[in-house]
Write a protein that binds this ligand. Structure first.
Ligand code: HT7
Ligand code: ZN
Length: 875
């Protein structure tokens, strides 16, 4: 397969000023008629007179140039393109094409496809070329007029981008609807939807007083699960006006929820298409976290209207320009709507566990990659989540006001354009009169930097000396790294836990952002009468690893006193991490395990402290994930990690049983249907306690858990109980699982939870359960949510069983990847990434994982998607 390089970018040779698309829709035989008004791009330096359009898996019916039919000698078609030998160079011309496609045969869910009984499209990144021949690249922006015709009974609702400009009836029970989008857009933002859909409507009045119609389209049985999505949309629209001064531009905003979707949602202009998972919610079917994710994803897609649609990407290497920025915006939004402290911890936790692993793997790449085989493989944690961290660092460096000025200038300069990450940084510089040349390295350099910190307190001089060295491990094609511009926020604590005042650069302060720009830098903090405790990298001000020796006492002190909510949580995590690694060493040396009393004491005082943010309190009580712990080990030992972590949890449960019971009972009440921060926080804290109590495996704890399962009227409590039951020897396990299935078998999203819970269980026999679930009538390889729930949960959220010593987990995954390869390459390649970390395991597992990767790579007719991930993993 061919590699595409950023360095080879050239402007398009031709432009498409407008396109008229006519779809004669049918599940198996859809005819597409397109009329492209084109001209040569005056900015192109290329000399040729031929026109190359992209198109894949299309059946040509006819083609004309300026109304004259072309014959076979006028053009050539291959697997990916159509080349028309000669087109006018000095004037506009019209290409008219008729072609046929088969949506039902499209299991890759890219282009036009069938989801349940509705037709829908997914065009990002390069799906439009599976609809018709076009210039399928984001820097070709076109005005679209689309007419859809279809059977009136099967497809009563016909939607596309922009405004509805006409409709009517046709013979044979067919009808038509025309849509026009007044904004020029790249074809990746094109969408159409046709089906038997119900519409939930509302409206929003913008800051300038315009009334926008809001419409959510779902299948009839889901109408009662749209209220939260609608409210989320209105919250997002208001938030973007208040926070960025950005107003919606069309008169209509539509969202359609579909069962079959490769990702979370898609920001098509005026017609978002969503995975049902990020729209549908009712208190009894969706958890509190589902509610928060829905609001976050609705916000994310809405925010793309400016950061992505009005200002889009020049080429796909610039993907983080829209994705990193939009993730940053949705993180701010969710933080404002819920708790900034909790949101930041959740985001950093995900980043450190998953993106840091990607950055340390053979798949590491900069947030602006330089080469790809299949662009769909670059919708990564690095481009999205690390990309958002880079935008956050810009905000930290420029201050909230400076950052906003930079955003205003960016939108003003580039409205209606397809631009680059460089343009974004340029706007930040110009608006603030600063120079960010070194900062730009974050866009081109892969890998997670390491900050090695040493400190020395000079009592005589009343000074703290701090030295920070930065380095970055090599990543593929980047053996040597240059120093980055890293903002490091810090504060100091006095012995009584209060903020310590210090003097730096002649100024008295209690916190500061240091600018690291060199490989090694030293800082002196004056006027410190006593030795302070350092709280470094507050708010996780940069996506780096810290290498800073700390005593358990110091961590326990910060866990109690740090005023920075992120670092307080972080101190608790590092305290437990150090203890767990001590236990892992004991396990390796066959020594008996003991839990350090400091940990028990820290958790005891936490459980007895007053708290106003209960969700934050629940996070403070949660032990680091096994996958986070794995990321900290040179050679990952999944069994020892699991054993040591369980030992800590069980010992805490025994030592603090009364505290866990008391806090559980204080917060246990039926508040189903209440989604304010207090009610959510109470559920989170109570369920954190329940999880500890379940470790006791006592008849009292079994009774408590079963009662919660049976009496729950909301999915958060029901799932929390079922989850601990599934991960225990609870005698009612089989009957609870069965009851849950019977209760929810009509709700696909709840059944996904049922699959995922069983696939991620630590209990023995899980692999056999997973194999049996593959044969379950409700399992379907063509439904990505189901595949993620079963195969994804097993391979990504069940380290102990996926990494079983005999390699059965790896073999199973490779079998499924190969089955998915032909059905849905995007989903198949996502599944391969679990094998990419093979070098991090012991020799025996390395060999077994590598064998499966090799087996995948050697398979004939491998998709580009799977080939790229598997071959790069082996490199
Ligand atoms: N911008 C959207 C990306 C997306 C996507 C990419 C490849 C294949 C399928 C896809 N569905 C959606 C989603 C987003 O980031 O908002
Ligand atoms: Zn996005």
């Amino acid at each position: 397969p061919q590699t595409v390089y950023l360095k080879d970018y050239t402007p398009p040779e031709y432009l498409i000023d407008s396109v008229e698309l006519d779809f004669d829709l049918d599940a198996q035989h859809t005819q597409v008629n397109s009329r492209l008004t084109m001209r040569r791009n005056p900015e192109s330096a290329a000399a040729g007179v031929s026109l190359v359009l992209t198109g894949e898996e299309l059946e040509l019916i006819s083609i004309q140039l300026d109304g004259n039919p072309l014959t076979e000698s006028d053009f050539t078609i291959n697997l990916e393109t159509m080349t028309i030998q000669q087109v006018p160079q000095q004037r506009a011309f019209v290409i008219s094409i008729e072609n046929r496609i088969n949506p039902k045969a499209n299991t890759a869910l890219e282009g036009l496809y069938l989801s349940s009984s509705m037709l829908c499209t997914q065009c990002e990144a390069q799906g439009f070329r599976k609809i018709t021949w076009f210039l399928d690249r984001p820097d070709v922006m076109t005005r679209f007029k689309t007419t859809l015709s279809a059977d009136k009974t099967q497809y009563p609702v016909l939607l596309s981008n922009g405004n509805k400009i006409g409709h009517g009836d046709l013979a044979n029970n067919r009808h038509w609807v025309s849509w026009e989008d007044p904004f020029a857009k790249p074809c990746y933002l094109f969408a159409l939807v046709a089906g038997q859909l119900e519409c939930v409507s509302d409206s929003f009045t913008t800051m300038s007083g315009r009334e926008i119609a809001l419409e959510i389209f779902v299948e009839q049985h889901n109408v009662d699960k749209c209220a939260h999505a609608m409210q989320s949309l209105k919250n997002a629209m208001r938030w973007d006006e208040d926070s960025y001064g950005l107003e919606y531009d069309l008169d209509l905003y539509m969202i359609v929820a579909v069962d079959h979707f490769n990702m979370g949602a898609m920001e098509n202009k005026g017609l978002n298409v969503f995975n049902t998972k990020f729209v549908l919610a009712r208190p009894d079917t969706a958890t509190d976290s589902d509610y928060e994710h829905i609001e976050g994803v609705i916000g994310h897609e809405y925010f793309h209207n400016w950061s992505g649609n009005r200002v889009t990407c020049r080429d796909w290497f610039q993907l983080s320009l829209k994705e990193g920025f939009t993730v940053f915006r949705d993180q701010q939004f969710t933080g404002d709507r819920t708790s900034q402290a909790v949101k930041r911890i959740q985001d950093v936790n995900a980043l450190r566990t998953r993106q840091f692993a990607e950055d340390a793997s053979p798949l590491a790449h900069p947030i602006r990659p330089e080469a790809y085989i299949e662009i769909n493989n670059f919708y990564t944690l690095t481009v999205y989540e690390k990309g958002a961290e880079v935008v956050r660092m810009l905000q930290t460096l420029l201050g909230a006001e400076g950052f906003r000025k930079g955003c205003d200038l960016y939108f003003q300069r580039h409205d209606g354009q397809a631009v680059t990450c460089e343009d974004f940084v340029n706007a930040m510089e110009a608006a603030n009169g600063v120079e960010l040349s070194q900062f730009r390295r974050w866009y081109s350099q892969a890998g997670t930097p390491v900050l090695t910190v040493s400190q020395h307190y000079d009592a005589d001089a009343q000074q703290l000396h701090l030295t920070i060295q930065q380095s970055c491990p090599p990543t593929p094609h980047q053996p040597d790294k240059a120093p980055l511009h890293i903002p490091v926020k810090l504060g100091l604590l006095a012995a009584d836990g209060s903020p310590a005042t210090f003097v730096i650069n002649g100024q008295q302060q209690t916190d500061i952002t240091l600018n690291l720009t060199e490989a090694e830098q030293s800082f002196v903090f004056d006027e410190l009468a006593e030795k302070p405790v350092l709280s470094l990298l507050r708010g996780f001000s940069a996506p780096v690893n810290l290498n800073m020796p700390r005593s358990l006492e110091e961590l326990a002190f910060l866990f109690k006193h740090d005023s920075d909510t992120f670092n307080r949580w972080e101190a608790g995590q590092q305290l437990v991490v150090q203890v767990i690694f001590g236990l892992i060493e004991d396990l390796h040396n066959h020594l008996p395990l003991h839990l350090n009393a400091l940990v028990v004491e820290a958790f005891h005082s936490l459980l007895n402290a007053e708290a106003d943010d209960l969700s934050y309190q629940a996070l403070l009580l949660t032990l680091p994930d096994e996958s986070y712990l794995a990321g900290q080990m040179t050679v990952i030992d999944v069994d020892a990690i699991h054993h040591a972590r369980e030992f800590v949890k069980t010992t805490l449960a025994h030592a603090l049983e009364d505290d866990f019971n008391r806090v559980y009972l204080i917060h246990h009440r039926d508040e189903s249907g209440k989604f304010d921060a207090d009610a959510i926080g109470r559920r989170r804290l109570k369920n954190a306690c329940l999880s500890y109590l379940s470790q006791l495996e006592s008849s009292d704890s079994y009774t408590l858990i079963l009662a919660q399962f049976e009496q729950a009227h909301n999915m958060t409590d029901q799932m929390a109980a079922l989850s601990v039951i599934v991960n225990s020897q609870h005698p009612a396990k089989a009957s609870c699982l069965d009851k849950f299935y019977q209760q929810w078998q009509q709700e696909a999203l709840v059944i996904d939870k049922w699959f995922a819970l069983q696939a991620s269980s630590y209990m023995p026999n899980t692999f056999a359960t997973v194999q049996a679930l593959m044969q379950h009538p409700a399992f379907d390889m063509k439904t990505p949510n189901r595949v993620r729930a079963l195969i994804g949960a097993f391979s990504q959220a069940n380290p102990v069983h996926f990494h079983a010593k005999d390699g059965e987990g790896y073999r199973f995954l490779a079998d499924q990847v190969l089955a998915l390869n032909t059905l849905n390459p995007q989903i198949a390649s996502r599944m391969v990434t679990s094998l990419a970390q093979w070098r991090r395991y012991d020799k025996g597992r390395q060999k077994l994982m590598k064998q499966q990767l090799q087996r995948i790579v050697m398979t004939e007719q491998l998709s580009k998607d799977v080939y790229e991930i598997a071959s790069k993993s082996l490199a």
